[in-house]
Design a protein around this ligand. Structure first.
Ligand SMILES: C[S@@+](CC[C@H](N)C(=O)[O-])C[C@H]1O[C@@H](n2cnc3c(N)ncnc32)[C@H](O)[C@@H]1O
Length: 275
């Protein structure tokens, strides 16, 4: 999408004239078929963690999308094995060369800033069929721009997926409110492998447009021009596992949020778009 495209998309959105993406259609059918093949509860975050990878591979195969780009894959990308086993060509993106340096020799990489200006990178324009990300969008200062870049990276018919934590789940509200250093210190103390030298470092989080509200997400995504959008909301987490009683009470509360489809308090969301 060129600068003029961005401007006209924003104008259309302001004027309320942006075309709406479809909520039903081939993408919705493929997602529903995958959910039907997997055990539930489909509202629980555990389902999203367990099936995010297989869902992406299922969509790549359903829509015949051979070139997979993992956005913000870092040192521990999800698709190196599963993507290759499915016959996909897998490329790992990250902004940080230090993260990419941890990857096995020979891994295809594409280093760029997902919220950067990609107009100077014609090699990336419509270069991929499926762009997937896990726990990356909450670290981006400008998520609408990231989605515009996803649109730019994908060939027509391509699929973009983002799996991210959402506001206003309390652990992420707390993380957003605390200064980065304090939040990092707490996580490092609770989970030693997340220290700077550990295998799973903590990155500062912004939570820009990280919500489970379909209405809100569509307001951002529709002007970009995706033909289909699917939003899967999830509730529940295990941060309080060490606190019996409170843990069970919170699990009950999340079950109730899910039953009421309360999007204000989702814990995670999976957003899937088709260009
Ligand atoms: C929490 S880690 C997640 C890594 C991996 N996706 C996973 O699930 O284990 C976030 C990753 O996003 C990368 N990242 C942050 N901002 C980025 C940007 N603007 N463009 C590309 N990658 C970015 C970080 O360097 C880091 O590797």
């Amino acid at each position: 999408m060129s600068l003029t495209d961005h401007v006209s998309a924003d104008r259309l959105a302001l004027a309320g004239l942006a075309s709406s993406s479809r909520q039903d259609g081939p993408l919705a059918n493929a997602v529903a078929a995958f959910r039907a093949m997997t055990p539930g509860p489909h509202w629980h975050s555990d389902w999203a963690w367990a099936h995010y990878e297989a869902l992406a591979v299922h969509l790549a195969q359903s829509f015949e999308l051979p070139r997979l780009l993992e956005l913000g894959g870092g040192r521990d990308p999800a698709f190196l094995d599963s993507g290759r086993e499915a016959g996909l060509s897998v490329t790992i993106n990250d902004i940080d060369a230090g993260e990419l340096a941890h990857l096995p020799a020979g891994t295809q990489t594409a280093r760029f800033d997902l919220v950067g200006d990609l107009r100077g990178r014609p090699d990336l324009h419509e270069a991929y069929d499926i762009a997937v990300s896990r726990m990356v969008f909450e670290h981006l200062p400008d998520v609408p721009r990231a989605w515009r870049n996803v649109h730019r990276l994908l060939k027509p018919g391509g699929v973009g997926i983002a799996f991210f934590p959402t506001l206003y789940a309390w652990p992420f509200v707390v993380n957003k409110l605390l200064p980065d250093d304090v939040a990092r210190g707490i996580v490092e103390r609770l989970f030693p492998n997340r220290s700077r030298d550990g295998g799973d470092p903590v990155f500062p989080a912004h939570y820009s447009e990280c919500f489970g509200s379909e209405k809100r997400l569509r307001r951002m995504l529709d002007p970009i021009g995706f033909r289909e959008v699917q939003v899967l909301p999830f509730w529940g987490h295990h941060y309080l596992k060490r606190f019996p009683g409170v843990y069970q009470a919170e699990a009950l509360m999340n079950r109730a949020f899910a039953a009421l489809d309360c999007r204000l308090f989702t814990t995670y969301a999976l957003v899937i778009v088709r260009k």
